[in-house]
Design a protein around this ligand. Sequence first.
Ligand SMILES: N[C@@H](CCC(=O)N[C@@H](CS)C(=O)NCC(=O)O)C(=O)O
Length: 209
Amino acid sequence: MLTLYHCDGARSMRSLWLLNEMGIEFRLVTLPFSMEGLRTPEYLAISPLGRVPCLVDGATRVFESGAITQYLGEHYDPEGRLHRGIGHPERNDWLIWLHFAETVAVHGASLVQQKVFIAKPDRSPVVTKLESRRLEKALGVLEDALEGQDYLLPSGFSAIDTNVGYSVHLGAGFVPLEPFPRVVAYYERLKARPAFKASVANVPLSAQA
Ligand SMILES: N[C@@H](CCC(=O)N[C@@H](CS)C(=O)NCC(=O)O)C(=O)O
């Protein structure tokens, strides 16, 4: 059975959400988001940077949330319900958004450091301002891409909406979304999905069946 290593609120929410959307059975291991939780020799042997997510599938281990999205699509979505494989007309956009998701998340992660983890005297107003503006620029790109469509691909919800959707979810905690009405509507649509709700609650939907 697949095992996902996860921390509450972390990028591993992408993989949890996707597994829940796919309806796959898996084991969820939720670790504390701390040095003690993530830097144990046991976990470092699985995920060498001691970060989440990490997916284990038998003898295969995959870290990096983008790689996990691609791995799950290639191995567990042969009909391409949420995946867009090589040769699919939406493949190029699927790949772009998959990686763009991390571009957006990096600004969110930097703001988490500035506003949550770094002690007040060491925080940098310049970094906070710069990262907020860069995050807004990225949201502007999503705003344009969402013109006339509900999700990032014209054909509808796909796996990359879990990657980008998490980045919007993270970013919404740091910059106002109101200047981006299509992003607001997109985020509302995503939040209404049962698999999103389950992933926010750290629940594998398969366990509820
Ligand atoms: N690019 C990686 C980033 C992974 C990452 O940095 N995860 C964070 C949580 S959002 C983490 O595990 N941080 C713990 C730490 O840095 O100690 C991915 O998308 O999987």
